[in-house]
Design a binder for this molecule. Structure first.
Ligand SMILES: [Zn+2]
Ligand SMILES: [Zn+2]
Length: 345
């Protein structure tokens, strides 16, 4: 059986078995691009045909506004893959990010290409907005100059739980929980900086690239964004021996929930509010699952729950919890959010 046939609806366990048996070395690669795609369905077909033929595995999103791909390619087909990609008008010259560690995307058991309304959900419905009209890139060195420059403004385009544990020196860190909120708020929030130098950054670059186009659309004159995000900044700082201007931890969405870049801890435990701490936990009560920062002592004392209420509720019998879930969710949404450290607006 070829891998192409594995895109058929085979059971998950069966696919895992097949992929585990395939011992060919693979290159793990991720890339994104904002580019106008007139017919996403036709584009998807084209990718699916070629990439199944080359036994690629991964998760790819396609939208009118572009493509976002996380995938792997058998090394034996890499040159063919690359040549084909460079031949597609939508993809020519797209910068690949190759993973260093093989474990990064070990969760791919098939090739999935999905059509989405957007590659990054933004809540915008403005037909005159051209997402491909993005700001210029900043290298790590240039980012450091911006941090030093009193005339430059730096804005963190991530959510509050991300910027709370780590951000660039002097960055504005909006107090928002979603990227939609961030886009809604920033043009007004940064109104006084319309004629100034503005630098945006996020984890890997995909969000701030869109945000740079959005601010330009809203009349900002000089908007730039950090190329490759904090992840690439950290690599460049290491490789080139630059001064590190990013303080604290880079929050990432995997089981580690963060990657330390500097030595400093810039946030406090949400539970005792005293101990310097930047370790995130999910509340052990599955109905709650709230993300919070907890110090070792508090986690031990509260047994991994975000609150005493959650600890009590979790002790109830399963059927009671099921009945309670709906109301409990309402309670969680209404309850006072954890106090964040040093966030703007
Ligand atoms: Zn604590
Ligand atoms: Zn909880």
């Amino acid at each position: 059986m070829t891998l192409a046939e594995r895109t058929d609806p085979t059971s998950r366990a069966e696919r895992r078995r097949q992929v585990a048996m395939d011992k060919r070395p693979r290159t793990t690669v991720s890339f994104y691009r904002y580019v106008q795609i007139a017919d996403p369905e036709a584009f998807r077909r084209r990718l699916l045909d070629k990439w199944s033929e080359l036994d690629c595995l991964g998760r790819i999103y396609v939208a009118h506004e572009g493509i976002n791909a996380q995938m792997n390619v058998p090394d034996m087909y890499w040159d063919q893959f690359d040549a084909w990609v460079q031949n597609q008008p939508e993809l020519a010259g797209v910068p690949y990010k190759k993973a260093v560690e093989e474990a990064d995307f070990s969760s791919f058991y098939k090739l999935t290409i999905k059509i989405r309304p957007k590659i990054v959900a933004d809540g915008l419905d403005d037909k005159s907005f051209d997402v491909t009209n993005t700001g210029a890139y900043l290298t790590a060195e240039e980012m450091n100059q911006y941090v030093e420059d009193p005339d430059a403004v730096i804005v963190d385009m991530r959510n509050n739980y991300e910027s709370e544990v780590g951000h660039f020196e002097k960055a504005i860190t909006p107090n928002v929980v979603t990227f939609r909120d961030e886009l809604k708020k920033t043009p007004e929030m940064l109104g006084e900086y319309k004629d100034k130098k503005v630098a945006l950054y996020c984890t890997g670059g995909i969000r701030c690239e869109k945000a740079s186009a959005w601010l330009k659309h809203n009349g900002f004159k000089d908007v730039r964004h950090l190329k490759g995000g904090i992840i690439d900044y950290a690599h460049q700082v290491q490789q080139k021996g630059l001064e590190n201007k990013f303080k604290g931890k880079n929050f990432v969405f995997d089981e580690r929930l963060g990657e330390r870049i500097g030595d400093e801890i810039i946030s406090n435990c949400h539970l005792c509010k005293k101990v310097k701490c930047d370790t995130h936990h999910h509340c052990k009560n599955q109905i709650c699952h709230t993300l919070f920062i907890g110090c070792d002592d508090c986690i031990k004392k509260k047994q991994g729950y975000c609150s005493l209420v959650c600890r009590q509720v979790d002790k109830l019998p399963t059927h009671t919890k099921k009945t309670l879930a709906k109301y409990y969710n309402l309670y969680i949404r209404k309850r006072k959010p954890f106090e964040k450290t040093r966030l703007v607006a």
